[in-house]
Design a protein around this ligand. Structure first.
Ligand code: SF4
Ligand code: SF4
Length: 305
């Protein structure tokens, strides 16, 4: 009998069906909450914190004040609009439950392995017909590696294609524990210089580089697509693109890279009362993307923009 381990709980902030940008075919993308990095340009700020949190959509708000009345912690002050005292909020969800217009949303929901599998299995027919599957993204899925591993095992049992979208920032034994259950890695490389990496992501890139080499050394280069976020004046500098090309060239067998152009998500940060560090809200030009593409094609990579 197929017994699913339901003792593990995962905190998930979104399950997106019919996704076509996170690996081959039609996919269900599962977004894990929690990430050890603090990338300035992060386009999923609701995935950074490892706990639940409230998002406030001002354009939906009816200004009724109901949320402030029900909060058991007195964490919402109502002054024409609800002002959330984040330090007092225990993410109980009482306010979002009574909000008549869904202007408050509690981000993060616990799933057992079985519950998440039910969601994933809904679209098995689409996966089969399109060569798709499931993608684990975030946040950083390896941050909840025990839960991730159990879900990966269940997917493997029923032959669902499994993609892991990762920053690569995790202890090597964690990566090793999931490696055999992953079909495709979407592996971020952001900044090759360590000091720059620390400045813009909050962590060193040493482990990220070592983990990529670990995958390559274990014959998995063919199953890796590098993802490079193109952020003007941060990752998109002549030095960094050159260093990226050299670093990838030093790893035998890597074949493909996706360029991910920056887009402004300041609105999401506002909804979470988080600071958005990106002062240059500029997407890279088509010409610039083509120039980077040309450079990376020059080292034999297939480059997708
Ligand atoms: S989630 Fe709970 S504690 Fe936080 S503001 Fe809403 S009602 Fe208050
Ligand atoms: S309950 Fe909802 S609609 Fe009413 S003030 Fe609060 S956030 Fe706005």
């Amino acid at each position: 009998m197929n017994e699913v381990k339901n003792s593990y709980l995962g905190l998930i902030f979104d399950v997106q069906r019919y996704s076509i940008h996170d690996g081959p075919g039609i996919r269900t993308t599962v977004f894990f909450k929690g990430c050890p990095l603090r990338c300035w340009w992060c386009h999923n700020p609701e995935g950074i914190d490892s706990g639940k949190e409230l998002m406030y959509f001002e354009y939906k708000c009816l200004h009724c004040g109901t949320c402030a009345h029900v909060c058991p912690m007195g964490a919402i002050e109502f002054d024409g609009i609800p002002i959330i005292r984040r330090s007092m909020c225990i993410a109980c969800g009482s306010c979002s439950a009574v909000c008549p217009s869904d202007a408050l949303k509690l981000i993060g929901k616990e799933y057992t392995v079985g519950e998440l599998m039910k969601e994933i299995e809904r679209d098995v027919l689409y996966f089969d017909n399109s060569g798709g599957g499931v993608t684990f993204s975030g946040g950083e899925p390896l941050y909840q590696h025990e839960f991730l591993l159990e879900v990966l095992k269940e997917c493997k049992k029923i032959d669902i294609h499994r993609t892991l979208d990762t920053s690569g920032f995790a202890p090597q034994e964690v990566l090793a524990s999931v490696m055999d259950y992953v079909d495709l890695f979407l592996y971020d490389l952001k900044l090759i210089d360590e000091k720059e990496h620390i400045k813009y992501t909050g962590v060193s890139n040493a482990q990220i580089k070592e983990n990529l080499r670990f995958l390559v050394d274990h014959g998995r280069a063919k199953d890796v697509i590098i993802r490079f976020p193109v952020i003007s004046e941060i990752t998109d500098t002549a030095d960094n693109v050159e260093a990226l090309a050299e670093f990838i060239s030093s790893m035998k067998g890597l074949k493909e890279i996706d360029l991910l152009p920056f887009h402004d998500v300041s609105e999401k940060y506002n909804r979470l009362d988080k600071d958005y560090k990106m002062t240059v809200h500029k997407s890279p030009s088509r010409e610039r993307l083509l120039a980077i593409k040309g450079r990376l094609e020059g080292i034999g990579l297939y480059v997708k923009v």
